[in-house]
Design a protein around this ligand. Structure first.
Ligand code: FAD
Length: 406
């Protein structure tokens, strides 16, 4: 019979199996994962799992409720792909080769480290369940935590650590939190979130050295740290594909087409390891969001089953920070309207209540929406970004008027 081999048992890999069966694939399916754990979900790792009372509860917080026996899928855990012989349709692994008819690359991403810190005790990354389990006891013991990077991961770890009663410092090289994603007028008021939680935020500060138990900053400050969490970004986990003939983009992602096919016959790529050409944004996108890993597999499964499908959703992301539910859909600063977007806020970003920020292009179309404790604005906003219909900016500014097309 025919066999699909899926490499990487994260959300994108697991969801590929679910979609294949859902769309009627009746051949064999093998899901290969380097980690030994049953497949699990990552978002809880920087949230509930860090506050779990023990390792078992941490696992429970991140568990994915998938019955692989019912899906008639073979699960090979603790087994890593090491290379690909594309001409021979053979995947090499650390426990021998696997032959495939269709191959799906879903190896996700790896966190970026600070140079020279890999073997320093007390330095943590946060990508895997084992990473969360290593950090959890520091929080339980109310140790001091220094997070390097005030991005999504740094903010969430700071939230958990502050809630656990830790002394928390977040060090950020840029002048505002969440610098990669959002502009200062939106992120400046977020400083209050840190302060109110008792977490110290030091922006415009570079880390110059990390030693066991301490972090040194460019201004000479030395911070004591029982744990240093490095949250400075992630890169596609594609090193093992070098020399395989699968094309990698300059950012290290597998360069897929709009149907998430690679240039190698019957090889697909999906989730955090893959970039795709977006017609919506007129360029190649590498999206490291849970929703992208959830949706991509629908396109991959359709392709394997011989249908034509395109992956180009409005990007969507959420985060939980300092007791707030933060959601973001769309993209700013893209295409011809870059730098000419109008920001309209609904509610007060400096207040404690719900609010949202909407960005309109010069034609009045919504391009992005950030919603804080305002899920309805997010849901509506995401649809409006999708549709691209013009909005009335005056009505938009009134938070009592529901978000809708003009
Ligand atoms: P991954 O989840 O990285 O899975 C890839 C799997 O492949 C891994 O298990 C890896 O071990 C395995 N693998 C790698 N190489 C090999 C190999 N050579 N052979 C075999 N297996 C291999 N997104 C949000 O939208 N909201 C959030 O709140 C949010 N929180 C997050 C919190 C944390 C701590 C992290 C790390 C991410 C978070 N994300 C969040 C992002 C989201 O989890 C990712 O976008 C999603 O997990 C991507 O899924 P994936 O399957 O592509 O990759």
């Amino acid at each position: 019979g025919r066999r699909v081999v899926v490499v990487g048992a994260g959300l994108a890999g697991v969801q590929t199996v679910v979609e294949l069966r859902g769309q009627g694939w009746d051949g064999a399916v093998t899901l290969l994962g380097a980690e030994r754990h049953q497949p699990y979900d990552r978002p809880p790792l920087s949230k509930a799992a860090l506050l779990a009372p023990d390792d078992e509860s941490a696992l429970h917080a991140a568990a994915l409720d998938i019955d692989f026996a019912e899906l008639d899928a073979e699960l090979l855990l603790g087994r890593a792909a090491t290379g690909l012989d594309a001409a021979g349709r053979r995947l090499h692994t650390d426990a021998g080769p696997l032959d495939y008819d269709h191959l799906v690359l879903a190896t996700g991403a790896e966190p970026v480290t600070l140079p020279g810190t890999r073997d320093v005790p007390g330095v943590h990354l946060l990508r895997t369940l084992d990473d969360a389990r290593a950090l959890r006891p520091v929080l339980a013991a109310r140790g001091s935590v220094v997070a390097v990077g005030a991005g999504w991961i740094g903010a969430e770890v700071a939230t958990a650590a502050a809630a656990a009663g830790c002394r928390v410092t977040v060090v950020e090289a840029a002048h505002h939190p969440l610098p990669g994603a959002l502009p200062p007028e939106i992120t400046e008021p977020m400083r209050r979130w840190y302060a109110a939680a008792g977490a110290e935020l030091r922006t415009g500060q570079r880390v110059t050295a990390v030693r066991s138990g301490e972090v040194e900053l460019a201004d000479g400050t030395v911070l004591g740290a029982d744990a240093v969490l490095v949250g400075v970004g992630s890169r596609p986990a594609t090193g093992w594909l070098a020399g395989s003939g699968v094309e990698l983009a300059p950012d290290g992602s597998v360069s897929a087409d709009a149907g998430l096919r690679t240039g190698v016959p019957d090889v697909y790529a999906v989730g955090d390891c893959a970039s795709y050409p977006s017609a919506r944004y007129g360029r190649r996108l590498l999206v490291h969001h849970w929703d992208n890993a959830l949706q991509g597999p629908r396109t991959v499964a359709a392709g394997i089953l011989g249908a034509t499908a395109v992956h180009d959703p409005v990007p969507y992301f959420w985060s939980e920070q300092f007791g707030r539910h933060v959601q973001y859909a769309g993209r700013r600063g893209e295409g011809p309207a870059a730098g000419e977007e109008t920001l309209v806020t609904r509610g007060d970003p400096a207040g404690d209540g719900p609010w949202a920020a909407c960005w309109l292009d010069p034609a009045g179309r919504l391009v992005a929406v950030l919603a804080v404790d305002q899920p309805r604005d997010l849901t509506q906003g995401r649809r409006l970004v999708e549709r691209g219909t013009p909005l009335d900016a005056r009505l938009l500014a009134d938070p009592s008027v529901p978000l809708k097309a003009a």
